[in-house]
Ligand binder design. Structure first.
Ligand SMILES: [Zn+2]
Length: 379
């Protein structure tokens, strides 16, 4: 457990990224409208996480880390200048036919999206700075928009700029680190982060995700990096319904053993809580307690190998009622806290199932991943 200060990155400008509502049902001929339903990556889920941090008292125990806008030079370490300018132009354009322009079909933009994305990437980098300079021991960044799907030249999967990519570049360029570990437990594959460091042995990318879910065929075992980066991309695809026990086994059998062999100088976690059993965009069965255990393992690991230097970045999480519970459970171990928050679904059969299920399919997936990665890492 950490006994130092934990930093918190959050800024009201993040709430300027408004993904809007969906109210139109299209038909072969024509359409009709329903009462508006928020986009899955809804503003109010980010707000609810913040309210949960505040209401629980955690915010008061954390060190606020100021945010800043990422510069174009920094973003251009990964993104093309045409893409950066294109997002700026789209958000300046104002409403088009009553709705805002979409960077990609599933990534709606609003007037404040460009600024929010700049400050999200800048917030991720400032979190790294605060940890590297010892202002805080570790940090949690409640970023919006998320970043792990963002490609160098296009928005994707609700993501605009690669926040984790920027954080790792920042650690490399400004603090001269040679070994940065990114663990991505968001239920979707972090294809953008993988793409950024596919040929780079100085950033080890480990992703746990629902097999062949989003993006399609992204995050297969065989995607291990190329050139000098071969072996430094570690994908752990897991079957739907994996649950707490399968995730914890993946950490114990693959993530941590490879981590100890790599000996990172900094740990970055792409923390999406969309593997929860209540998430509408995936079919995993992780509980609040499962997220707590994953976080505890990573905090303990960072304490042992890199003086506790760990930066946790918010990615996905689409269950309005449950994501804040899972997120706070992931944040508490950073500060060695356990406020005793009772799981919203304590006593339910679904929660019990999430915490006990361990299927043969999960066992086989773990065995296959372990055997495969043993080709690069003696685990
Ligand atoms: Zn996700």
């Amino acid at each position: 457990m950490s006994d130092g200060t934990t930093g918190l990155v959050f800024d009201e400008r993040y709430l300027g990224h408004d993904t809007g509502v969906e109210a139109t049902v299209s038909m072969r001929d024509g359409s009709f409208t329903l009462p508006p339903e928020p986009h899955p990556s809804a503003l109010f889920i980010t707000q609810r996480i913040k309210h949960f941090l505040d209401g629980s008292g955690l915010t008061g125990q954390m060190h606020p880390i100021p945010v800043r806008a990422a510069t174009e030079v920094e973003l251009a370490q990964y993104h093309t200048r045409e893409y950066i300018a294109g997002i700026k132009t789209l958000t300046e354009g104002g409403p088009m036919h009553g709705s805002w322009g979409a960077a990609e079909l599933d990534t709606p933009l609003s007037k404040g999206s460009f600024e929010a994305a700049l400050y999200a990437a800048g917030g991720a980098m400032n979190a790294v700075s605060a940890v590297m300079e010892g202002t805080v021991r570790n940090a949690y960044a409640l970023l919006r928009p998320p970043g792990h799907h963002a490609m160098k030249n296009r928005a994707m999967g609700y993501c605009i700029f690669g926040n984790a990519v920027m954080a790792a570049h920042h650690a490399r360029k400004v603090y001269g680190l040679d070994r940065v570990l990114i663990v991505d437990w968001d239920v979707h594959h972090g294809n953008g982060t993988q793409d950024a460091f596919f040929q780079d042995p100085n950033v080890l990318f480990i992703s746990l995700h629902q097999h062949n879910w989003y993006p399609k065929l992204s995050g297969e075992l065989e995607q291990v990096g190329s050139g000098q980066g071969a072996g430094y991309t570690v994908n752990i695809p897991l079957p739907a319904g994996t649950g707490d026990r399968g995730y914890i086994a993946a950490f114990e059998q693959i993530v941590l053993p490879i981590g100890y062999l790599y000996q990172p100088q900094l740990v970055i976690i792409s923390a999406g809580q969309d593997a929860s059993w209540l998430d509408p965009l995936a079919q995993m069965l992780v509980s609040m307690d499962g997220f707590r255990q994953m976080s505890e393992m990573m905090v303990k690991f960072a304490e042992e190998v890199c003086a506790g230097r760990l930066v946790m970045l918010q990615e996905g999480g689409y269950s309005a009622p449950y994501t804040p519970y899972c997120t706070v459970a992931a944040v508490e171990p950073l500060m060695g806290a356990d406020l005793g928050i009772i799981d919203l679904y304590a006593g339910s059969s679904e929660l019990d199932r999430s915490q006990t299920i361990f299927t043969g399919e999960t066992r086989e997936a773990l065995y296959a991943a372990r055997r495969w990665h043993n080709g690069w890492w003696k685990i």
